[in-house]
Design a protein around this ligand. Sequence first.
Ligand code: MG
Length: 457
Amino acid sequence: MSYEGLMVSVSGVRGRVGEALTPEIVAQFAAGFGAWSLARNGGTATIVVGRDSRVSGPMFQRVVLAALQSVGCNVLDIGMVPTPTVQLAVEHHHAAGGLAITASHNPIEWNALKFIGPSGLFLESSEAAEMRTVVDGKIRRATWDKLGTVSVDKDAAREHIEKILALSFLDVEGIRKKEFRVGLDCVRGAGGAFMPVLLELLGCKLATINMEPDGRFPRPPEPVAENLGELQRLVQDSHCDIGMAVDPDVDRLALVSDEGVAIGEDYTLALAAKVVLRHRKGVVVTNLSTSRIVDDIATEAGSRVIRAPVGEVNVATRMRAEGAPIGGEGNGGVILSELHLGRDAPVGAALMLQLLLEEGKPLSKIVAAYPRYIIVKDKLDRPNAPLDTVYEALKAAFPTADVDTQDGLRLTWPDRWVHVRPSGTEPIVRVIAEAPSAEDAEKLVRDCRKPVEALGR
Ligand code: MG
């Protein structure tokens, strides 16, 4: 079955509300997910359902609840919560799976379903493929006497917060005494109902914007530096120690320094690793498109970085395999394995306060001690040649580079890298390069363009 305009990936299905994403489509996927979970769970299954603050969230939540009941799944409705709270609740309740109704950082007109397996991780590609055959087939519905039940759990967010505060190396008393001034921007996402509670329990004095969790995002909701102007001013005007911005489903955290400068999302994971590696031994896992500032910080701590293909679940499963204490993505997604294997902005926020406590100096000074790198992103038309031919041409053009072919092609030198991978949804090849200066990064992208364009279209 094909679904016009719908973006279907391993971890979920998303579309514009009222266009590709209709109640019928959401019901089909939710019922298929439920039927698949039931089949692999011996005929009974509890599914945890949570949503972000999007305007369309309550409507799709009702659809999802009914669809799951219709196949005989029992539902645990945890309401409006961060996506990591849904993942933790699946683990906590030993549920058969979870559905998060969220389009994450996508603009206001989008919504999506994200599929979570029984371990609290997003589905892996083999699981997603299996589930799709159920979604696309004839879904078996329950008769009246076998319909699933719905129960409401209002404690999921509180349990999430308690687990963070119980982390053994988090010095809650020490952080509380500092009474850090935190500027907070939740972009009217689910974080508005969660982050202030956590931060106030950590003794923070808050200056806040965009806290009403009504999904009416006042700016593009991705927490990248160019969207954080208002938070930068807030941090300056309120003399904050740190500014924190989360995306609508609270799995990404971006920081503004005490000087009112957005320091770039790549630093969130790097700084989290700096704290965690003091307390826990092991490697750091991140994806192939993440800044090498993470390598610098791992090396400083006597550790190293292992890179996995792009996609949260790829990082999470690699962390599990490597026993890594910390990992995540350069987009502000921090994964602390001691808590759970999912990107978690609240735990990232707690780690940042622990960092400020341990360092005893301003965030701007901590960051200034490290080299700056510039990431440049571009896209090329996909040439009329197999991707392997493209990669061979690039390898030949850059004979001195280290080569990684786990996910497209990544070429690495001591202080720079370039990552070339096909888009899953468009006939283009994405090129991401990082170097100590913008000129060097742009040159890397240009140098990739030549051998690719020489292959013709
Ligand atoms: Mg997100």
